[in-house]
Design a protein around this ligand. Structure first.
Ligand SMILES: C[S@@+](CC[C@H](N)C(=O)[O-])C[C@H]1O[C@@H](n2cnc3c(N)ncnc32)[C@H](O)[C@@H]1O
Length: 259
């Protein structure tokens, strides 16, 4: 009886979705889907899901470089410990206020790249977003070198860095990554609405300020370069898992491990 019901269930698809059901193109950054405007998530949340959530548990000893106010640190609070290094003080960043003074977080204001504060063979996870793009290649090389022995074998690491080539490609093809273009109605009957979306799309294109990030100035970017950074990491002894996880349209995020 139950088998009959199951057979009927399968049969019920006869004649449905002729030509093969097509949800959308998973290879497109902002592909349309049957979920419409609910088919998108913030890349910050996607990074949390891909790079942080699977690795944070009561055994994680996490190291974060450049936490700022602590938006990412907050997502790691289920770790056993989180140690963070920042060029600015915790008070200036209002770090502990934002995190509500967690007991398992240690903050160090750094003046160099020596990492003397960090114990040897200690951490099993490292994360950095939005910080290393502001540090020279010499600086990030120092960090990679000096942190190596502070990590346990099999440590997982994620580093977002600056890469001028990816950045320029993003600027050139910014339309492909623009949510207003992705959501702009295609049907003729919505032509007036399309006009509004197109106007927003133009307004949201990268501005002169965005284009200038690599120019010398306070907080400017350093073109570490994806290939050059991966080569540097390999030379030190790290293993690259994925040169760029691909979640950020504009910048690479490297997934690597200390073997
Ligand atoms: C743009 S903020 C990003 C903050 C945070 N990661 C985020 O995404 O919200 C860059 C942070 O890196 C810090 N920073 C700059 N140079 C640094 C260095 N050499 N070592 C550690 N932190 C550094 C800055 O003080 C700042 O807090």
């Amino acid at each position: 009886m139950a088998q009959d019901k199951l057979a009927k269930e399968i049969k019920s698809f006869d004649g449905l979705w002729e030509g093969g059901y097509y949800e959308g193109d998973p290879l497109e950054y902002l592909s349309r889907s049957a979920y419409g405007n609910y088919g998108y998530i913030s890349f910050l949340h996607a990074i949390y899901l891909r790079c942080i959530k699977p690795y944070i548990n009561s055994k994680t000893l996490a190291l974060e470089i450049g936490p700022g106010r602590g938006a990412w640190t907050k997502t790691m609070l289920d770790a056993k410990e989180v140690w963070v290094l920042d060029a600015l003080s915790a008070e200036y960043n209002q770090f502990f206020e934002y995190l509500n003074h967690p007991k398992n977080v240690k903050y160090f204001q750094v003046e160099d790249f020596e990492c003397r504060q960090l114990p040897e063979n200690y951490f099993n996870y490292m994360f950095s977003f939005g910080c290393l793009c502001h540090i020279s290649f010499e600086g990030i090389t120092e960090y990679a070198t000096n942190i190596f022995d502070k990590l346990q074998p099999n440590s997982t690491c994620f580093w977002m860095i600056a890469d001028r080539r990816k950045y320029n490609n993003f600027i050139e093809h910014s339309k492909e990554f623009n949510i207003w273009d992705a959501l702009s109605p295609k049907r003729r009957k919505f032509a007036p609405l399309k006009y509004v979306f197109d106007a927003f799309s133009k307004l949201a294109r990268p501005t002169y300020m965005d284009l200038d990030v690599f120019e010398e100035g306070q907080g400017h970017w350093h073109d570490a370069g994806l290939e050059r950074t991966c080569e540097m990491l390999k030379k030190i002894g790290y293993k690259i898992v994925e040169p760029d996880i691909g979640l950020i349209a504009r910048d690479p995020m490297i997934h690597f491990i200390k073997p």
